[in-house]
Design a protein around this ligand. Structure first.
Ligand code: TXA
Ligand code: MG
Length: 344
């Protein structure tokens, strides 16, 4: 199967497939999603099956612009209204107390629901066509559990070759070009405002500082009782090749040591390192927004180089880099062990 160009006809067909309980992958401004009717537990179960994802992990419900949020959530605090007015449609997911009729399959058995209104025009057209704009699409990133999120239709095709074969779990992949943002939405938990205030569960393009400015209150980091989020697991967003982060000033030396031991090095850097000769090299832009846009495509490309490891030049620690630093830290979560083993 090929990815489908987004003609009105293809979108109408995709909406019909979704209404009949099938899965459709679609572009959003963050990453591609693997969508199912959020109110059909069998359809949502197919997402877990296709991704190989544990069924107690909740999925985000995507809604059309102007959708009635009170259909999905039972309490909509003022802060949610403020964030919706400021950032929707866009890369922000709100965690709210769920309405009673939301299937357990969507919320992973928790009493909350994650909701987001995407800004990508194809995602919006699909949501308007699906159930006449009154439905919701449960959609995690369209990748196998724990793997790198897809930012292009080709990435989705390479993740799900089997599920996309005739009679497979996924009916279509809508091709909407490369995702603009490139990393998953910012997730803020507003379901425990009275006890914990707003909590940032996953950093992203919309920063904690922006959220704070709109709500005029501090946003906390997750505590032990924060709602579970698979994107907050230590090992996540990882290519098959081990990823290791190395400080810029140590990069030359580490590459030399690895190469002296016969190791193949794939390198991802944002500064020039003229002394290094890596087997594969991806140079990413030196600003956080463009870096995020290219990050996952870069990791996938370097994964194909079949190197012994992907060395990533460690990034600045400033607030602006929080989203990409979070994804890289999870992709490289066992960095130190990997490097020690390869240099042994
Ligand atoms: O940008 C995005 O958010 C993309 C696109 C497709 O919209 N979606 C995405 O979905 O990243 P996924 O499932 O890969 O990551 C969603 C995260 C997971 O960590 C999930 O556990 C968390 O959102 N989540 C969803 N509903 C939740 C809830 N009710 N409570 C806490 N976390 C929730
Ligand atoms: Mg994901």
């Amino acid at each position: 199967m090929k990815a489908v160009a987004c003609t009105p006809c293809a979108i109408a067909e995709a909406a019909e497939a979704l209404e009949s309980g099938l899965l459709v992958a679609f572009p959003t401004e963050t990453v591609y999603g693997l969508g199912a009717d959020a109110e059909n537990p069998d359809a949502v179960a197919r997402i877990y099956e296709a991704k190989g994802r544990p069924s107690n992990h909740p999925v985000i419900v995507h809604v059309a612009p102007g959708a009635d949020i009170s259909y999905w959530a039972q309490q909509i605090p003022e802060q949610a209204q403020q964030l919706i007015a400021a950032f929707w449609p866009g890369p922000l997911t709100l965690i709210l107390k769920r309405a009673a009729h939301i299937p357990d399959a969507v919320s992973g058995g928790q009493d909350t629901v994650g909701i987001r209104c995407p800004s990508h025009p194809v995602a919006q057209e699909l949501l308007r066509a699906f159930k006449g704009g009154r439905g919701g699409l449960a959609a995690p990133s369209a990748n196998k559990f724990g793997h790198v999120s897809p930012t292009m239709a080709e990435h989705v095709m390479e993740e799900f070759t089997q599920e996309l074969s005739p009679g497979g779990l996924i009916a279509a992949v809508l091709d909407g070009g490369q995702s603009e943002v490139g990393i998953e939405s910012t997730i803020v938990d507003l379901s425990r405002l009275s006890t914990h205030g707003p909590v940032l569960l996953r950093p992203g393009h919309i920063s904690a500082a922006q959220l704070e400015q709109v709500m005029q209150m501090p946003v906390a980091s997750p505590d032990a009782s924060a709602p579970r989020a698979s994107g907050t697991l230590d090992a996540h967003y990882a290519p098959h090749t081990p990823v290791v982060q190395v400080r810029a000033d140590e990069l030359d030396q580490v590459v030399a040591q690895l190469q002296a031991r016969g190791k193949q090095v794939a390198l991802m850097s944002y500064q020039a390192h003229p002394a290094i000769q890596a087997q594969a090299w991806r140079h990413l832009p030196a600003d956080p927004v463009s870096y995020a846009h290219d990050l996952y495509a870069g990791l996938r490309e370097l994964d194909h180089a079949q190197a012994d490891l992907i060395l990533v030049e460690a990034l600045p620690q400033e607030q602006d880099w929080q989203g990409v630093n979070d994804r890289l830290r999870r992709a490289a979560f066992d960095s130190r062990d990997v490097l020690a083993r390869l240099l042994a």
